[in-house]
Design a protein around this ligand. Structure first.
Ligand code: HEC
Ligand SMILES: [Cu+2]
Length: 374
């Protein structure tokens, strides 16, 4: 028996040291003050559980072995013993209080989204994230106001569906457009969604917040080290739930300002209106014609609507960038391609399902797609 418990002890120790070495079994390394609090809370409670587990089971097995009937032991009688009842009320009470105090403190800190330096609205779509740098109070007010990004999975589909293709290092955790934030600043994230419930989750930040259509929830983080941090949608949101990662690039404040300048220059003055237009485009049922003012931007139409099917090659749509799938189609000539996109062909809905688009916009989107697929 002694031998058995020794083996159990040895394997438990091995497991614990394994956790420390290959951190894959533990939580991700915490990178924000909140994440560190959560981590130590987790460790504290885990060890309390371990101690209780060992004490309770140790006592139980000891009693079963030593006091068994076959060795002639007679059961002790302590029914309605006030002392015992007081003890088994007070001990759990003390343990629970010891756990509730630090837990409450951490939860209060997590929920304190006051006085942010920067506010970003994260909108969940089926299946990508949109980030809008909201015009806010805070010390970074004015720096990035109005910047709007759409962030989609960058892992090529053949890595996902073709087992022979080597998977990239950040398989399913890479995006085309990252969220960029400055370090050592309080970033408030407002979460919402456009279709179904998603959840914004970046483990290293200790941030996980549901994104619910029609509601705004908030959370916050303050990263200390520049770097790339990866997360995922943490709510089952449909068939590509696993394909909507979150990537946050944390940079020095100067770098952030430079990035914001560049990004603002790249987006037309209508940057603030852009997300609304994209939302309308994604929601093909929205019949209100989106005012098609301004230059015809094929990329925008593509990103906002066509990419939903063509970005990943969903439902038989030729995937953008897939040369083999496109070569025969391109061979039909630009006029035929544009006609098929405008009028629809087989599973391809007319104008991608948004009749509010002008022919010119659809044609520009086709040109953009062809450019990416030659
Ligand atoms: C709901 C999914 C969906 C959306 C949204 C969508 N497409 Fe398609 N598209 C398809 C499918 C499916 C096909 C393949 C049709 C076929 O050949 O059977 C296709 C084919 C095409 C083709 C090739 C036509 C040909 O002659 O081979 C073009 C060009 C095209 N789409 C352009 C667009 C443009 C531009 C948009 C955005 C305005 C768009 N698509 C939005 C599903 C979609
Ligand atoms: Cu989701």
């Amino acid at each position: 028996m002694k031998k058995l418990s020794l083996v159990a002890l040895a394997s438990a120790t091995a497991l614990c040291s394994g956790v420390a070495v290959a951190s894959r079994l533990g939580l991700q390394d915490p990178e924000t003050p909140i994440a560190r609090q959560i981590y130590s809370l987790h460790s504290l409670i885990l060890w309390i559980c371990v101690v209780i587990f060992v004490a309770v089971f140790g006592m139980m097995f000891y009693a079963i072995l030593k006091h068994r009937k076959s060795v002639g032991h007679k059961a002790a009688q302590f029914h309605e013993s006030t002392t015992v009842e007081i003890i088994w009320t007070i001990i759990p009470f003390v343990i629970l209080m010891g756990m509730a105090y630090p837990a409450t403190k951490t939860v209060i800190d997590m929920k304190d989204t006051s006085n942010p330096d920067l506010t970003i609205k994260a909108t969940g779509y089926q299946w990508k994230w949109g980030y809008e740098y909201v015009k806010g109070e805070g010390s970074l007010s004015g720096v990035s106001d109005g910047i709007a990004l759409l962030s989609s999975l960058a892992t090529p589909m053949d890595q996902i569906y073709d087992p022979k293709v080597q998977k990239s290092e950040n398989y399913l955790l890479e995006v085309d457009t990252e969220m960029v934030v400055p370090i050592n600043k309080k970033i408030r994230i407002l979460t919402t969604a456009n279709d179904v419930i998603h959840a914004f989750w970046v483990p290293a930040f200790g941030v996980k917040q549901d994104a619910i259509p029609g509601f705004i929830r908030d959370t916050w983080f303050k990263v200390e080290k520049p770097g790339i941090y990866r997360g995922q949608c943490a709510e089952l949101c449909g068939k590509e739930h696993g394909f909507m990662p979150i990537v946050v690039r944390a940079v020095e404040e100067d770098e952030f300002k430079a990035w914001a300048e560049k990004r603002k220059a790249a987006t037309p003055a209508a940057a603030e209106a852009a997300p609304a237009v994209q939302v309308a485009a994604v929601d093909a049922a929205a019949t209100a014609p989106a005012a098609a003012a301004g230059p015809v931007d094929g990329k925008k139409t593509y990103d906002g609507l066509c990419a939903a099917c063509h970005g990943m090659g969903i439902a038989g749509a030729p995937k953008v960038g897939d040369k083999a799938a496109w070569s025969t189609r391109i061979a039909q000539g630009p006029a035929t391609l544009a006609k098929h996109a405008i009028e629809g062909i087989r599973a391809m809905p007319a104008k991608g399902g948004n009749p509010a688009l002008s022919d010119a916009e659809v044609t520009a989107a086709v040109e953009h797609m062809v450019g990416l697929s030659k």
